[in-house]
Design a protein around this ligand. Sequence first.
Ligand code: SF4
Length: 370
Amino acid sequence: MTFQQSLDRYPLAEVETRIAAKRPADVEAALAAAQLGLDDFMALLSPAAAAYLEPLAQRAHRLTVQRFGKTILMYAPLYLSNECTNGCRYCGFNARNTVPRRTLALDEIAAEAQVLHERGFRHLLLVTGEAPQAADTDYLAAAVQRIRQLFSSISIEVYPLDEAGYRQVIAAGVDGLTIYQETYDRALYAEMHPFGRKRDFDFRLRAPEYAAAAGMRRIGVGALLGLGKFRVEAFCTGLHALHLARHCWRTHLTVSFPRLRPADGGFQPLNPVTDRDFVQLICALRLLLPDAGLVMSTRESAQLRDNLLPLGITQMSAGSCTSPGGYAEQDDSGRQFVIDDDRTPAEVEAMLRRRGYDPVWKDWDTAFHA
Ligand code: SF4
């Protein structure tokens, strides 16, 4: 069964009603469950669970320490291109926005990669918009081949590919994929993506399965928080991750919770997610998915990131720049969105050590695949 078929079994209005109907007794039963079912997960996402944040956080912390210890994998995004043919209403790279456009040449990519390598990063996330004429899979493969010696793991956050496309970039040295569905609500998805190839909801939904079939080692999913109703989006994200864990068991799963940030174009969140909602969502996902990596980017403030650490976070970016060429040239015009935590990687590392965490710069080597 594909995830598309699984998702179709959960009409979103019905999911919302079922979550809203959960009572304190359901939350307490979920908190006591050795292994969470989907009904338990709904209970932990419900308004009733908002009164149980403390025990929820404690359980999430215990589970995370059991499975991961007190380690945080460090990574950095490298923006290769901000050219884009899509019309995502919430994004600064939207084709109708007038940000300066740029696709890095291989020498410029090497310069960016060198800066990040010198800052200590060995896990890299390559990011592009969706403009296949500017940044097709041949370009991605060439970029990866140029810089792969500097990094032990290279992931991509680009447009969805088919299985052959993923095989091509994996052969070049990619081992991880991040792809957010943005929203699991088809009608809202159509409204948020008025033109461009990204309008194809189903192709995007299938992409993680294509990547897994192609042999992708690490796959990350998530919803863009602030678009749909967060309880429903969180439920669908959990459902998606569970499906992948069961059907693509060779792949390590990660889940991210990107909250909408100010971007060029001025889009305002349709359903803002408060910090308390955010904590509830992260803890509920940790309890549902004890073995999944949970990723926190610099979209969130330094203070919130520090406070969320014990709840289940296992990966963090630091010192991020969201514009192509921004590291080597120290210029963030042409950025995708404004980051909130602007501490340097060394400052984040020091904070982690102060709090008793081990920052991990490398947890994988491509030689393991040989
Ligand atoms: S979210 Fe991605 S696809 Fe959409 S406009 Fe931004 S860069 Fe393009």
